[in-house]
Design a protein around this ligand. Structure first.
Ligand code: ADE
Length: 252
């Protein structure tokens, strides 16, 4: 997968050299290209923002600079990948649609993602209007809180998508077992996990996990996932398909 990121802080993405994402890049599974937005300015101050129309606090990022940058990056990518390929454009903003595991799975199928993280009060809205008409452009939020800029949101999304790419995780089953993964455990949080020793500071590993009885272990894991979801995320629990519950589930 090719990933382009245009930002006034390309150095913010150094963590993508580390750990799983670093390995995915070394192996050529993730091909990340960082771009400095200010390279497309023409004034001595390399200005990327201006005051908002209609007044109000803060500054808005200028459409001409983003337009020039995105056009150039698309041109560069197409020169490599072919003239008929276009990226999916992702603009992080707290006013976007929620980024979920479902969205991560959808992005993981794309050959090319282009992230446009903003600073200040955001990017002039005509930029998403322009590219939304030419390619697929999504405004996406990673949660109901406000970050200082979209860069941290891009790190979150690249990691969530990157770990889903074939060959990135050693064990494909760990993706299937994720909290929020579709399937039998859809909309369930993962339950508690344990490793050796069997007793640590007086805390015991639940006996069932030591039993070697796969049926009982699977049952226990589902019970714990249900219990945890009901307690911590009642709104997720409300979306569970109760028709598919068995008697045991109903007791939890
Ligand atoms: N930029 C600032 N806050 C954000 C959020 N919660 N999600 C995505 N981008 C953001």
């Amino acid at each position: 997968m090719r990933v382009d990121i245009i930002s006034i802080f390309p150095e913010y993405f150094a963590p993508l050299d580390v750990s799983l994402m670093g390995k995915a890049r070394e192996r050529g599974i993730l091909d990340i290209h960082l771009h400095q937005l200010r390279d497309w300015t023409h004034d001595v101050h390399k200005t990327v923002d201006d005051t908002p129309y209609g007044g109000g606090p803060g500054m808005v990022m200028k459409p001409e600079i983003w337009g020039a940058a995105v056009d150039a990056v698309i041109g560069e990518g197409r020169a490599v990948s072919g003239e008929d390929t276009l990226p999916r454009m992702i603009v992080p903003t707290p006013s976007g649609r929620p980024f979920t595991q479902e969205v991560a799975l959808e992005y993981a199928k794309e050959p090319w993602l282009l992230f446009a993280p903003a600073r200040y009060e955001g990017i002039d809205s005509r930029v998403v209007a322009e590219y939304g008409a030419r390619l697929r452009a999504d405004e996406v939020s990673i949660g109901d809180y406000v970050l200082a800029g979209g860069e941290a949101a891009v790190l979150v999304m690249v990691e969530a998508v990157g770990r889903l790419l074939p060959g990135v995780l050693g064990n494909a089953r760990s993706v299937a077992d994720d909290s929020f993964a579709p399937g039998a455990m859809a909309n369930l949080l993962e339950g508690p996990v344990y490793t050796k020793p069997p007793v640590w500071r007086g805390h015991e590993v639940p006996e069932v996990l030591l039993s070697g009885h796969h049926g009982r272990i699977a049952r226990w894991r589902r019970d714990e996932a249900l219990r945890r979801t009901l307690e911590r995320r009642p709104e997720l629990a409300a979306r569970l398909d109760r028709e598919s519950f068995d008697k045991h589930d109903r007791r939890v």
